[in-house]
Design a protein around this ligand. Structure first.
Ligand code: ACO
Length: 315
């Protein structure tokens, strides 16, 4: 398969570090130097499903495809207002498609997991055109009194349209169960039978553990994709990495011994929008003319689970 079109949408509300320091014990200096984030787009009155539908429409337009021509929709999402129906079905109706669809929750690595699933459908000869949409609102998962987590995130939706081709060179996924480093509990409705104690806990994160996992997993995943294709790190034109922390991106860059120009970022004014980071960054790099036909791109993401993945593809 190949990526034939991309689209993205950000919420209109921009929250700067200075705005956060008005109600949190934090500062622009701390957030900027420790994370690289200066501001982020935060959902206020928008609905995530509308953003997802709009991102999907943009990607279809970019690919020159009609929604009726889609054979499958995969949506990556951690939370949204609906528990059911699944977001992919809402997107399907919103864009006017009629194909089957499925949601996945692989946290920040969702886009790469979706690509791996789609690639398997292509290899099985079951699809021609596939839509992947990542739509996330992690700012609704965090405690906005917790300076260790809420400063990191932003919201957004990114989409990609896949069509037949042989541009995907290698995809590697990995998982290693760890439920005490990055997690959240939600409270379900009570029943007459549940007597155990249940709690509603916003996103909890052991930042340094996540940091170490992220650098190690991304370095390993990218190296595995290079090894499988026989390419060297120098052969890659652009490294599009999950935008979790600029220091994580810098550490991966050091490991790969590659110049900073190969690592475009948008973390400065987007923050971490979970699985939407990768397709949003891809869409922005495509639309601003950075990506040239034939360029080799390595994309890598990691997140709660822990899960991670990397994909090496030709643009
Ligand atoms: N403003 C000011 N001070 C802060 C803030 C803040 N926003 N947040 C934490 N601090 C304080 C801490 O309380 C601590 O103070 P103390 O020493 O008095 O206890 C001090 O700063 C250092 O805290 P650390 O947690 O050690 O800071 P660290 O340098 O590790 O940076 C960070 C924290 C930014 C969270 C970093 O660990 C990180 O980026 N980790 C990875 C996060 C990540 O990638 N998460 C993924 C999110 S989900 C996903 O993408 C799947």
């Amino acid at each position: 398969m190949k990526i034939s079109g991309t689209g993205s949408v950000l919420p209109s509300k921009v929250v700067t570090n200075d705005m956060l320091s008005q109600f949190l014990d934090t500062s622009d200096e701390w957030i900027t130097t420790r994370t690289g984030v200066k501001s982020r787009h935060v959902i206020s009155d928008e609905r995530l499903e509308d953003m997802a539908i709009e991102a999907a429409r943009k990607a279809l337009e970019d690919a020159g495809l009609r929604a009726e021509e889609l054979d499958f929709i995969i949506c990556s999402n951690v939370v949204n207002e609906y528990v059911t129906p699944q977001l992919s079905c809402i997107i399907q109706g919103g864009i006017g498609a009629s194909c089957p669809c499925i949601d996945i929750n692989c946290a920040c690595a969702g886009f790469i997991h979706a690509l791996e699933m789609a690639e398997s459908f292509y290899k099985a000869g079951r699809v021609k055109n596939v839509l992947v949409v990542c739509a996330e609102e992690p700012t609704r998962m965090t405690d906005w009194n917790d300076r260790r987590t809420c400063v990191l995130f932003g919201d957004g939706a990114g989409a990609a349209v896949l069509t037949p081709g042989d541009n995907i060179k290698s995809i590697k996924l990995s998982a290693s169960s760890s439920t005490d480093k990055l997690w959240q509990y939600r409270l379900l409705h009570p029943t007459p039978y549940v007597t155990k104690e249940e709690v509603d806990v916003p996103l909890q994160m052991k930042g340094q553990d996540v940091f170490k996992f992220a650098v190690k997993a991304a370095s390993k995943d990218i190296t595995r994709t290079l090894k499988e294709t026989g390419l060297q790190a120098d052969d890659v034109d652009h490294y599009l990495l999950h935008q979790a922390n600029i220091r994580i991106i810098n550490a991966i860059q050091d490991y790969l011994e590659q110049p900073a120009e190969k690592f475009p970022t948008n973390i400065e004014d987007h923050g971490n929008s979970s699985s939407s980071c990768c397709p949003i960054l891809l869409d922005e790099c495509s639309r601003n003319g950075l990506l040239k036909r034939g360029d080799i791109i390595a994309m890598s993401a990691f997140g709660a689970g822990f899960v991670s993945g990397a994909v090496l593809f030709e643009w």
